[in-house]
Design a protein around this ligand. Structure first.
Ligand code: BG6
Length: 482
């Protein structure tokens, strides 16, 4: 279903995120017939670009990031017609009057802040000063939303002084991933899982977001942030919330976000010995795999972690006693994001199975190969008597989606359409972000105060050995990364 014609202003339109994600996502939705030809995408940045130069930039970016769509005849030319460019400078009056004049009355006007948070205040002020706020205005902001609780509060206060919370869309692109949304439907749309979804039946939950890439071109940002701020405070916390939250009464933004917030607030402080920090190092036997972290970021004494493994506890009625193990890292053996819910053993095995030998595991795979499998124990088929074996009940979406197994829409496609439609369910509310920082801040302060040095792990491995020990101490183990 197409959305109504809208104006979308992208501040930072020539930047990396716009080129890699936002513009290709808009183009893909255009090809799918969801973005109408009357929509206008207004690139706004400090560079002095002609409209044609901006269109060339878009052409280059979609050719790289949405090549199969570029091949659809005529689509790119039609999409380019939607594009406009306006030079503006957040720190001066330049270009703002012209930008305001471009906007059409009576349609949704979304302002996408694809810029560093240091510019949020200036942008917000100019938007208001130049009379661009209507009852159809939406403000989209990207992470990082601050680098600690204090800065996040300041950003929230700045935004709140210009806009109502109901028009602010804080992006966490993990919430736009197909399986992440499906997680809510699987949990709350079936009778099967929810009665077992508590500490009485769930032994533990593992959330893994493994990446094979390194810090790439973002060394400066990353070396200040580290994995805790870059991934745990947002993406992993959001996954944890969706896995652990109580059923909201409706699929409605505040109903969902209220429940997520309760999870974050129920998290116990993490104990220092329940956290492992790691930093990747080059593999001397396979130097072709790349540079170690410190060389890559050009900071030989860096103590920034590129890996985190931790054990969290949620102190509430449902989860008391069930640990949540979270891990994320760069330059690991594979790109693989999975949530594993491991159920307890049956109370007694009439087949003589050893404890822990056969258990049900619900695996929710975010990427690649989005899908859900449930490991169940069955009899090994054949005449060999009763032998137990574990097989997956497989709900891989690519197969279900069609014979061509096309990838589900990219997270940004879904989220941008939600912005235009005015649906905040998959966006973080200000209090959620603050609660997440309130949980991560003491952890970061803890290792800063004791000068903690991250444990080395070799590029292409599964992370530091201490992360395995974290599990082993509890007589558990990580499931493989693949
Ligand atoms: C971003 C982080 O938010 O998410 C990056 O800043 C990370 O460091 C990326 O690589 C991972 O996203 P995805 O969608 O590739 O899993």
């Amino acid at each position: 279903r197409p959305v109504d014609p809208f104006d979308l202003v992208i501040f930072g339109a020539t930047g990396d995120l716009a080129r890699r994600k936002i513009l290709p996502a808009l183009f893909k939705r255009f090809c799918a017939g969801q973005v109408p030809a009357e929509a206008r995408i207004i690139g706004a940045a400090r560079s002095d670009l002609s409209v044609q130069a901006f269109r060339d930039l878009l052409t280059a970016s979609v050719t790289e990031y949405a090549p199969e769509h570029v091949r659809e005849p005529g689509m790119l030319d039609r999409f380019l017609e939607c594009l406009v460019y306006q030079k503006v400078d957040a720190r001066s009056a330049e270009g703002w009057g012209e930008l305001a004049a471009l906007l059409v009355l009576d349609r949704v006007r979304a302002f996408y802040f694809s810029v560093g948070p240091s510019l949020f205040a200036d942008l917000a002020r100019r938007i208001r000063e130049y009379g661009m706020v209507t009852d159809q205005t939406r403000i989209v902001v990207e992470k990082p939303f601050g680098q600690d609780l204090e800065s996040a509060k300041a950003l929230n206060a700045t935004l709140a002084s210009h806009f109502d919370e109901s028009v602010i869309y804080r992006i966490d692109h993990y919430l736009g991933k197909e399986t992440v949304q499906n997680l809510m439907v699987v949990r709350f749309g079936n009778m099967l899982f929810e009665p077992l979804w508590n500490s009485q039946y769930v032994d533990h939950i593992q959330i893994t977001v493994a990446e094979s890439v390194g810090v790439g071109g973002r060394a400066e940002y990353y070396d200040r942030a580290g994995a805790m701020r870059d991934m745990v405070q947002n993406h992993l916390m959001q996954l944890l919330c969706l896995i652990a939250m109580e059923p909201p009464a409706k699929y409605d933004p505040d109903a969902v976000r209220d429940e997520k917030l309760k999870v974050i607030r129920a998290l116990d402080p993490v104990k220092p010995h329940h956290i492992v920090r790691g930093q990747y190092v080059a593999d001397p036997e396979r130097p072709e795999l790349g540079l170690g972290y410190r060389d890559e970021v050009g900071n030989p004494r860096s103590r920034t972690e590129s890996y985190i493994g931790l054990k969290a506890h949620i102190s509430n009625w449902r989860w008391a006693g069930t640990p949540f193990y979270l891990r994320t890292g760069k330059r690991l053996v594979a790109r693989s994001s999975v949530i594993n819910v491991r159920f307890k053993d049956a109370p007694h095995s009439m087949f003589g199975a050893q404890p822990g030998q056969h258990s049900n595991v619900l695996s929710i795979r975010l990427q690649p190969n989005e899908g859900i499998t449930l490991q169940v124990t069955i009899k090994e088929p054949g005449p060999g008597g009763i032998q137990l074996t574990d097989v997956p009940l497989d709900m891989t979406f690519a197969k279900a989606l069609g014979p061509d197994g096309r990838d589900p829409a990219d997270a940004y496609e879904r989220l941008i359409v939600d912005v235009i439609r005015g649906n905040q369910t998959l966006f973080m509310r200000g209090d959620e972000v603050e609660a997440a920082w309130a949980w991560t801040d003491p952890v970061i302060a803890g290792w800063q105060s004791c000068g903690d040095v991250p444990k080395p792990y070799v590029i292409g491995s599964t992370g530091p050995a201490d992360a395995d020990l974290l599990m082993k101490r509890d007589e558990r183990r990580w499931r493989g990364i693949n």
